[in-house]
Design a protein around this ligand. Structure first.
Ligand code: SF4
Length: 755
């Protein structure tokens, strides 16, 4: 699991020249965010991109991290690149597929059985191509990354929305789709729209019941779930420096809930302490040498309004503990107002389950603060009223807190320790309930609380708070209880009150672990065989997509003219289909089944021009494919908005759709189509959408002179013998046209690797 010190040295070596060049080019002092971004511009962009006016920019991230659900397709695609090894250090983490039901040991053993083929694939593909592999039970991706790989001033992409957790150690860490991870592992640059900058100045110091979690709960209340969109949030000030590195991780982690691209703190003593505490003093030493570059310029923090697009100030001394929810993480309640809110809104007062841990809040500090409350419950003869679970974020933390007696304390108060995995946080929770139709309340120290997120039950009102507040609520079993001011009746009938929680930032005896659950890759993976059972329904090796035939594309059938919103969920539905995310052919049976057919206002019912019958979209397309006939999908505005899921682009390509013609694309989906070698085009005049008739046969011409900025032509052959034609636009640059011609970006890399 060794971190790559040489790689970090190289990154730091770039800093002084890049920061100096950026200062010269912009004539301004720099924020930390700008310094890190400029230090990671890919070589091609390094000269012209300094300055915030630039739009999309190419970056060269230092690392890639992937969780087990999203890693499957990313790695299947990577295998197509023909590289012997990943181009940058990369890791896979088995955390999302473990269901919480009974307790850590039993649940982990069931998961290993149920997901064997996925784990075998991920372990073998990691072994072969040089990726670090974290086995099931090793921990949750973001906690493991913070403990092992995050470093100040680095840049990482990860195939999970809470990748920004690593911002707690000063790394720009951004959640992406599998296609982006595949590109970076294959050695391609990674493109990002240059973000807006939000500065959060923290003054004062936390005390008593208030913790780092309350900072982000407060920020979520201010900015709402949309307020961080397209922005990087940079925290600074004396209050920021007073927070532990893991507390900062919590804040950055939950920045995903305000839609932020990522969040970040500067390098400081707390970061150095955490690096040393996790056996990475060498990195702290390197960081100390370039410390001036690993924080914003003093002039920036003295006059933040001049350098950030928006500035927020929070005084930690005055900050109250918060409880946010239900159903959205930005409904922020200071604890003093929460009981009234519960009563006035008629939310279920009885608390049924309290859950602590997850990647957001399972540091040693979190556990010790919560355990100090649990210990009081035991000492003060309080019986825990709600169910209570603990999800450690990593085996390192779990082993250490067990050694130090804290898990024992939780168990004594009635807590159940779950596997070091996502579990209830992502709905992998076989919750015990006698009546799922009853409105009910739960409270977690996780990050997301949208309806159905934890237990799939729309009647569950989920609230979010710090682990110590969750623990106190679980003991009380009552959402109108205020642990700061109220008393509880103990088993002897006495009124007792909690003292303030007390925590320890890092273990006094140091972190310890027997088996962290890490598998290092083979030195030479050339003879390692990637394990995929040909009969598997969950995994399938990919075949390269075929290259463009070199002529115009003619004789296409209209597969569907989609009406209105067509998001990536309409194109490739989630839910039960996700179990096939590593099997392109099987998951393709969900292709466009959510899209509404313009001609009959019905989902998943389109006319098969070969039979005249209406049938499901995937079956119709498979029939065209079997007859060697291509097809076209027509769509409305912002086609492909939503998640960055690459399946939405791969499925049509796999089933033989030749082009997607829409009024406008969501940008990420458009790029994903290009990467897969698909033709994505837009109406020059959106009224031409109305010219397309259900029984049309369609040609796309101009492809033999396909060039950037040059329109193509669509010809409609109507059933009555008449024709229509119109111009269509595209946004392919020269490189992307090569992708189209080769049948996909990975085909080009494979060709380059072979030569
Ligand atoms: S614990 Fe929850 S938020 Fe964290 S990675 Fe797992 S599912 Fe995502």
């Amino acid at each position: 699991m060794a971190f790559d010190l040489d790689m970090i040295k190289k990154v730091y070596d770039r800093y002084s020249t890049r920061v100096a060049a950026a200062r010269k080019a912009t004539g301004k002092h720099l924020t930390l965010t700008e310094k890190i971004l400029y230090a990671h511009l890919s070589e091609g962009d390094a000269k012209q991109a300094f300055g915030r006016g630039v739009d999309y920019v190419d970056f060269a991230p230092d690392r890639v991290a992937m969780q087990d659900a999203t890693a499957q397709m990313a790695l299947l695609q990577f295998m197509q690149a023909g590289r012997p090894q990943v181009a940058v250090p990369s890791t896979v983490h088995c955390d999302h597929l473990i269901q919480a039901k009974i307790g850590a040991t039993e649940d982990l053993s069931t998961a290993k059985d149920v997901n064997k083929e996925v784990y075998d694939f991920l372990a073998s593909v990691s072994d072969k191509y040089g990726l670090g592999f974290w086995k099931p039970g090793a921990g949750i991706i973001h906690q493991v990354v913070l403990e092992n790989y995050a470093f100040p001033g680095g840049m990482m992409i990860g195939t999970d929305s809470h990748t920004p957790n690593a911002g707690g150690l000063g790394m720009i860490a951004i959640g992406v789709g599998g296609a982006d991870a595949c590109d970076v592992m294959a050695g391609l640059p990674w493109e990002l729209k240059f973000p807006k900058l939000i500065g959060v100045k923290l003054t004062g110091k936390l005390s008593g019941w208030t913790s780092a979690k309350d900072v982000i709960l407060k920020v979520a209340g201010i900015l709402t779930v949309k307020g961080g969109t397209g922005a990087i949030v940079e925290y600074f000030g004396e209050g920021a420096r007073s927070l532990s590195a893991t507390g900062k991780g919590t804040i950055c982690n939950m920045g995903a809930e305000i839609g932020a691209t990522t969040s970040i703190f500067g390098y400081d003593e707390k970061a150095a302490d955490y690096l040393s505490g996790t056996k990475r003093a060498d990195i702290a030493k390197l960081a100390d040498a370039v410390a001036e570059h690993l924080t914003g310029d003093p002039e920036v923090y003295a006059n933040p309004e001049q350098y950030f697009d928006q500035v927020i100030e929070i005084n930690l001394t005055e900050l109250e503990p918060h409880v946010n929810g239900p159903f959205t993480p930005d409904l922020a309640w200071p604890i003093s107002k929460f009981a009234t809110a519960v009563k006035e809104n008629g939310w279920p007062v009885k608390l049924e389950v309290g859950l602590i841990g997850s990647c957001t809040n399972s540091s040693y500090e979190d556990i010790t603060r919560s355990a100090s409350i649990a210990k009081q419950a035991i000492d003060k003869h309080l019986t825990t009223k709600a169910e209570f679970t603990i999800t450690p974020g990593s085996e390192l933390v779990r082993y250490t807190v067990e050694r130090d007696g804290y898990l024992g304390t939780f168990e004594s108060m009635g807590g159940v320790v779950l596997a070091n995995a996502c579990g209830p946080c992502i709905g992998q929770w076989a919750r015990h309930t006698d009546d799922p139709t009853r409105k009910n309340s739960i409270i977690t120290s996780f990050n997301r609380n949208f309806a159905k997120r934890q237990d799939g039950n729309p009647n569950t009102h989920a609230f979010v708070a710090s682990p110590e507040i969750v623990t106190a609520f679980a003991i009380a079993g009552d959402l109108t209880f205020n642990p700061l001011t109220d008393t509880l009746t103990n088993d002897k009938g006495e009124q007792v009150r909690f003292d303030e929680p007390v925590g320890i930032e890092m273990p006094i005896k140091g972190y310890a672990v027997e088996d962290a659950g890490y598998q290092a890759p083979a030195e030479d993976g050339s003879s390692v065989e990637v394990k995929v059972d040909p009969k598997s329904s969950r995994l399938q090796l990919l075949d390269p997509f075929s290259a463009w035939e070199g002529t115009d594309i003619t004789g296409l059938k209209l597969l569907i003219k989609a009406k209105g919103k067509c998001t990536t969920d309409h194109i490739s539905m989630a839910g039960p289909w996700l179990k096939f995310r590593g099997h392109l052919d099987n998951i393709s049976n969900n292709m466009l089944i959510g899209a509404i057919n313009y001609y009959n206002n019905t989902a998943d019912s389109v006319k098969n021009e070969l039979t005249g019958e209406y049938g499901p979209v995937p079956a119709t397309q498979r029939d065209y494919k079997a007859h060697g006939i291509g097809s076209i999908v027509v769509g409305d505005e912002n086609y492909g908005e939503g998640s960055s899921r690459e399946h939405a682009a791969m499925e049509p390509r796999h089933l033989g759709v030749r082009a997607i013609l829409v009024k406008s694309f969501a940008r990420i989906h458009e790029t994903n189509l290009k990467k897969q070698g698909m033709l994505g085009i837009t109406f020059a005049d959106s009224n031409d959408y109305d010219k397309i008739q259900e029984d049309d046969t369609i040609d796309i011409t101009g492809l033999t002179t396909f060039a950037p900025g040059k329109q193509l032509t669509v010809v409609l052959h109507h059933k009555d013998g008449s024709t229509d034609s119109f111009q269509v636009n595209h946004t392919y640059n020269a490189q992307q046209i090569e992708w189209f011609k080769a049948g996909g970006a990975l085909n080009i890399i494979r060709r380059q690797m072979a030569s």
